[in-house]
Design a protein around this ligand. Structure first.
Ligand code: NAD
Length: 354
């Protein structure tokens, strides 16, 4: 039996709708496999700004510190969307990632045959697409020195990486590849950027510890093309913060809907933050239309990476697959003009399949 405490940060918009469904799935897993999960809820994002003036109040950090993992919904919405406001919902997200040094963002992207017609790609290209992005999350150009200059007529951002930053994310990627098909693609722009030459040199050195893994280097612009022309050829991909951000969003098209995809942000230990890749979807909030799959699959990643419960994670993933194969659809993945079921009904089907 595993005892675990999980901090739940529902956030804004559809966040509370989808996190409550993932908690229901985790409760079902606990009952079925004999585990003891305790959930502690805390505020984050817009709701936290409204309540305390801070997007990630100290009590929320404390709740997370006393937990084995964080399950997060999404933050933000039109009410807090002024980019010049001194306090913004996304700041809370960046702060919590930095606080726990969650430097590796894992985003599995899989195409479900049942959803192939929901992507703009030909069905034959989508066969066997099952890849894992490992994106560096706390360094690079999003965190390097930046400045607007003069009268705002010039500005710069700096892509800055250190060897230890690249080493630690490369180790995560090589280990992930060892647990899959032992193939790793390292994405860079070593032909142009000094920081990316450091990236490539470092990945090559880390590779010496993982001789069973086949390593290829792919330039980021070529990778953007290959993701659309031969997506099934990739298994694990490791990329810098910005390249990983852009490419993993591009790859999300392969899954049929933003609502389908989970993510895990990990640090040096087993603690992690798990969240769907989508935002707070204010356009559908409160209507029972949100697809809870991305958050339910994030809960599966939590079971796998923070609690070491591989069989339980697989059980959740195959329950989702079974439900999709049965034809159950939320609005975002329903055929045009076709029937769809609510967030709660879809979740009930997943619970029944479990
Ligand atoms: P979004 O991901 O919220 O929505 C984009 C589109 O996808 C919308 O049409 C939405 O209805 C749909 N969608 C998203 N998730 C869905 C789901 N689970 N089921 C069905 N449909 C879904 O992106 P956006 O509209 O650009 O941003 C809305 C707000 O979310 C903004 O305030 C933005 O800053 C914030 N945001 C937060 C995060 C986060 O918390 N990690 C990430 C991205 C955006």
């Amino acid at each position: 039996m595993v005892k675990a405490t999980i901090a739940v940060l529902p956030g804004d918009g559809i966040g509370p709708e989808v996190t409550s469904k993932a908690v229901a799935v985790l409760n079902k897993v606990a009952a079925k496999f004999g585990h003891d999960f305790v959930f502690n809820e805390a505020i984050m994002g817009g709701i936290a700004i409204d309540t305390t003036g801070d997007s990630c109040p100290p009590e929320t950090i404390k709740t997370a510190e006393q937990s084995d993992a964080i399950l997060l919904g999404a933050v933000g919405g039109p009410k807090w969307s002024d980019p010049t406001a001194p306090v913004r919902p996304e700041q809370g997200l960046l702060r919590i990632r930095k606080h726990f040094e969650l430097f590796a963002n894992l985003r599995p992207v899989k195409t479900y045959p049942a959803l192939a017609q929901h992507t703009p790609l030909r069905a034959d290209l989508l066969q066997n697409v099952d890849m894992l992005f490992v994106r560096e999350l706390t360094g690079g150009i999003y965190f390097g020195p930046q400045q607007e200059q003069g009268n705002g007529d010039s500005a710069y951002d700096t892509e800055l990486y250190t060897v230890p930053e690249v080493e630690r994310v490369a180790h995560v990627a090589f280990r992930a590849a060892q647990g899959r098909s032992k193939k790793l693609a390292s994405i860079d722009k070593a032909n142009v950027m000094a920081s990316m030459r450091l990236w490539r040199r470092t990945v090559v050195r880390v590779h010496e510890d993982y001789s069973d893994v086949e390593l290829e280097h792919v330039l980021v612009d070529a990778c953007a093309m290959y993701l659309m022309t031969r997506p099934a050829s990739f298994d694990v991909l490791v990329a810098s913060n910005m390249f990983g951000d852009i490419l993993s969003d591009e790859a999300s098209v392969l899954a049929g809907s933003l609502g389908m995809l989970p993510s895990a942000s990990l640090g040096a230990g087993t603690f992690g933050l798990y969240e769907p890749i989508h935002g707070s979807a204010p356009d559908i909030a409160g209507q029972g239309k949100a697809n809870p799959t991305g958050t339910i699959l994030s809960a599966a990643l939590l079971l796998r990476y923070s609690l070491g419960l591989e069989a339980e994670a697989k059980a959740v993933e195959s329950a989702v697959e079974q439900v999709l194969e049965s034809g159950a659809r939320t609005a975002d993945i329903a055929p045009r003009g076709g029937e769809y079921i609510s967030t709660s009904e879809f979740t009930e089907s997943v619970l029944a399949a479990l």
